[in-house]
Ligand binder design. Structure first.
Ligand code: FES
Length: 102
């Protein structure tokens, strides 16, 4: 596998011990992984990888996602339309300002 150009790290609230506790997973990020992967394929966004992560420690601004290598932190997305806006921004080499938290 080639190294990704962009890596979307989606918080799924996992903690080192026990069940997911934080806001992100409870707000549906577990379901977002499949949606994002399908959209990336449909859009032909080669080199973009999606992974789940443990708690990103910004729970109060979740659901949270980080885009690397850009180190762009997004939060407060509420569903597929918001994820589409983030993917649109990646395709356009822009930032989805509405969800920027850092
Ligand atoms: S649970 Fe997502 S940032 Fe903490």
């Amino acid at each position: 596998m080639e190294k990704p150009n962009k890596h979307l790290l989606v918080c799924c609230s996992f903690r080192a011990s026990g069940e997911p506790q934080g806001v992100c997973y409870k707000k549906g990020t577990g379901d977002w992984l499949g949606y994002l992967e399908n959209e990336i394929v449909d859009r032909g966004m080669d080199g973009v990888l999606v992974s789940s992560t443990g708690c990103l420690k910004v729970c109060d601004r979740g659901p949270a996602m980080v885009i690397y290598p850009d180190n762009i932190w997004y939060g407060g997305m509420s569903g597929e339309d918001d994820l589409d806006a983030i993917l649109d921004a990646i395709e356009d080499d822009e930032v989805a300002e509405d969800f920027l938290i850092s």
